[in-house]
Unconditional design. Structure first.
Length: 134
């Protein structure tokens, strides 16, 4: 999987969809604008991400509370950095991938020096298995 850095301050969900689907960030932005023409923030909730993924043959499993890394499936979308803004819960989206025994977190945040991270460096709250529809 290739890392995609978000280009908008609230574009982490769009960047995660781009990583998961291996489709350019700009194409996912165009998909987002098609479904949400009046939203210029690019802030995504779970429903938005699911809609964007479905357009490209990907779905998500049920939300699971994070307990430990061994319980996380090999490919997962994760929620981190929960905070309340104006009474609404917000979070940051990241992607987890386990391949050949190696565990990696792909964090699209543009302010990081290293966006490919060791899972122990992040504290997810929930995750969804990523399911490639066939």
């Amino acid at each position: 999987m290739e890392l995609v850095i978000q280009k908008h301050s609230s574009g982490c969900g769009i960047a995660c969809v781009a990583m998961i689907t291996s489709i350019a960030y700009e194409t996912i932005v165009d998909n987002y604008r098609t479904h949400f023409p009046n939203d210029k923030s690019f802030r995504t909730d779970l429903g938005d991400i699911m809609k964007l993924l479905k357009m490209h043959g990907v779905s998500l499993g049920h939300r699971k509370k994070f307990k430990n890394w061994n319980a996380v499936p090999d490919f997962a979308l994760m929620y981190t950095k929960y905070k309340k803004e104006g009474g609404v819960l917000r979070w940051h989206w990241i992607v987890f991938k386990r391949e050949g025994g190696k565990e990696t977190v792909y964090d699209p945040a543009k302010h990081l020096k290293n966006n490919i991270r060791n899972p122990k460096a992040v504290s997810p709250k929930y995750y969804h298995a990523i399911l490639i529809d066939k």
